[in-house]
Design a protein around this ligand. Structure first.
Ligand code: NAD
Length: 410
C-alpha cells in the first residue's frame, strides 16, 4: 500500500522518466504507467488476505491440506513499451505471494523501473527481495534464463525471445515459463454497428495510441464490404486529425516511435505491403520535425490479402491493415487466420452475433463495441503464439505459487 502511495505521489516524475526512455505520449503514459502501476500494487496488497489454503474433502480419518507455497526466485523480463505498468503486473503479485524477484527491464527503458526499486526499498522491502539488473537481452536476459536458481520466469516481449526462454529452461533447470507475446489482433466492423463514426474513432485509437506499440493493438481491420469505403474514409479522417509530436507536450495525442531501428522496421513493413498489392490511404512515412525524433504518421493500408505479410506479421507500429469481408463466417475465418491469439474487437448491434463472435474468435481478450478496456480485476493473456499464462486479476497469483499438499493422519 505504501508503494502504491509513493508511485502516486511521484506519478509525474515516473511518467516523464518513462517517456524520456520510450517516447510514449505523456498524456497516455500518466494513466497507463504510474496510474496503472499504483493500482496494481494496491490490488495485490488487498488480495493478500483473500488467498488461503484448502482442506480437501478426503476420507474422515485423514486431513488433506492444500497450501500455496512461494516458488522461491522469480525472474521477470519486460519490454520497453509500458515498462512500469508491465513491470508492476509481474512484481506486485510475485512479491505478494512471498517470492523474491530479479527484474530485467528492456535496455531502452530501464529508468522508471530503477526508480520503482528505490521506492520499494524506501518503503521497507527487505534487501535482496527485489533486485533490478539492467543490460542487454542477449547477455543479462540470457543469463537469467539459464540460471539454475531461478524457479519461475515471467516474460513479456516478442515470440522470438519467448522461444529462447523455453529453450534455456529446457537446457537448465526446467523453470516454469509464462510468456506474454505479440499479436495481430483483428477488429471486425459489421455494417449493422450502431455508430460507425464512434467505431472509427475508437478503432483509430485502438491501433495508433503509443504509435501502435501496444501488444493488444487492433492492427487488422476486417470491415464488411458494403461499408468498406465509407468506414475507411471515417478512419482516415480520425487518423489524419491525430496530433503527432513531442511526447512531453500534453497536447500531443501520439508521441514518438521507440527508436530509429523500430521506425525503419515499420516503414519497411509498409513498403512490403505495397509490393504485395496494398494501397496506402494515409500516412506511410516518417514525420519530420525541427527537433528531429522518430515520428511516424498514422498509416492505413487497404486491400491487404490474407496471405500478405502485413496481414500475418506484427508490425508493433502505427500501421493498420484493412481487409473487406462479405459474411460473418468469412469475417471469423479471417479473424482466426494468423498464428496469434491475443485480442480482438467486434462492432455490431446484434447481440446474438456479438456472442457468436466472442465464442468463435480464438483470442484471450475480445472487445465488443469498444476497444482496449483494462482493469486489474480482469486477466490479460493470449492463446496460440501470443503466449500462455495471464497477468492481472487473482488468476495471476497462480503463477507465483506452488501447490503443496500435506497428508495428516488423524
Ligand atoms: P523483445 O523480446 O526483443 O524484448 C523484451 C525483453 O526481452 C527485453 O527486456 C529484452 O532485453 C529481453 N530479451 C531480448 N532477447 C533476450 C534473450 N535472448 N534472452 C533473454 N531476454 C531477452 O521484445 P520488445 O521488442 O522489447 O517488445 C516488443 C514485443 O513485446 C512485441 O512483440 C509485443 O507485442 C510484445 N508485447 C506483448 C505484451 C503482452 O502482454 N502480450 C505486452 C507488451 C509487448
Amino acid at each position: 500500500m505504501r508503494i502504491a502511495e509513493r508511485i502516486e505521489a511521484e506519478a509525474l516524475e515516473l511518467a516523464v522518466l518513462g517517456v524520456r526512455d520510450n517516447g510514449t505520449e505523456l498524456n497516455m503514459a500518466l494513466k497507463a504507467e504510474p496510474g496503472s502501476a499504483a493500482g496494481t500494487f494496491r490490488y495485490y496488497a488487498e488480495a493478500l488476505d483473500k488467498v488461503a489454503g484448502e482442506v480437501a474433502p478426503t476420507a474422515a480419518d485423514v486431513l488433506g491440506l492444500v497450501q500455496r507455497a512461494p516458488v522461491g526466485v522469480v525472474a521477470a523480463i519486460v519490454p520497453w513499451n509500458f515498462p512500469l505498468m508491465i513491470g508492476a503486473w509481474k512484481l506486485a503479485p510475485a512479491l505478494a505471494m512471498g517470492n523474491s524477484v530479479v527484474l530485467k527491464p528492456a535496455e531502452s527503458a530501464s529508468l522508471s523501473l530503477l526508480r520503482l526499486a528505490e521506492i520499494c526499498a524506501d518503503c521497507g522491502l527487505p534487501d535482496g527481495v527485489l533486485n533490478v539488473v539492467t543490460g542487454s537481452g542477449a547477455q543479462t536476459g540470457a543469463a537469467l534464463a539459464e540460471h539454475m536458481d531461478v524457479d519461475v520466469m515471467v516474460f513479456t516481449g516478442s515470440g522470438a525471445t519467448g522461444r529462447r526462454l523455453l529453450e534455456a529452461s529446457a537446457r537448465s533447470n526446467l523453470k516454469r515459463c509464462y510468456l506474454e507475446l505479440g499479436g495481430k489482433s483483428p477488429n471486425i466492423v459489421f455494417a449493422d454497428a450502431r455508430d460507425l463514426d464512434h467505431a472509427a474513432k475508437v478503432s483509430a485509437m485502438g491501433i495508433f495510441r503509443n504509435s501502435g506499440q501496444v501488444c493488444v493493438a487492433g492492427s487488422r481491420l476486417l470491415v464488411e464490404a458494403s461499408i468498406h469505403d465509407e468506414f475507411v474514409e471515417r478512419l482516415k479522417a480520425h487518423a489524419e486529425a491525430l496530433k503527432v509530436g513531442d511526447p512531453l507536450d500534453l497536447s500531443s495525442q501520439i508521441g514518438a516511435v521507440n527508436s530509429e531501428g523500430q521506425l525503419a522496421a515499420n516503414l519497411a513493413h509498409v513498403v512490403k505491403a505495397v509490393a504485395e498489392g496494398g494501397e496506402v490511404v494515409c500516412g506511410g512515412d516518417r514525420i519530420l520535425t525541427e527537433t528531429g525524433g522518430s515520428y511516424m504518421a498514422p498509416t492505413i493500408v487497404t486491400g491487404v490479402r490474407q496471405q500478405a505479410s502485413l496481414f500475418q506479421k506484427e508490425v508493433f507500429g502505427p500501421v493498420l491493415s484493412v481487409t473487406p469481408f462479405e459474411t460473418e463466417d468469412q469475417a471469423l475465418q479471417l479473424a482466426n487466420a494468423t498464428d496469434y491469439g491475443l485480442a480482438a474487437g467486434v462492432w455490431t448491434a446484434d447481440l446474438s452475433r456479438a456472442h457468436r463472435c466472442v465464442a468463435r474468435i480464438r483470442a484471450g481478450v475480445v472487445h465488443v463495441n469498444t476497444y482496449g478496456g483494462a482493469d486489474n480485476t480482469v486477466p490479460l493473456g493470449g492463446v496460440g503464439q501470443s503466449g500462455n499464462g495471464h497477468d492481472k486479476s487473482l488468476h495471476a497469483l497462480d503463477k507465483y505459487v506452488d501447490l503443496k499438499t500435506a497428508w495428516i493422519q488423524l
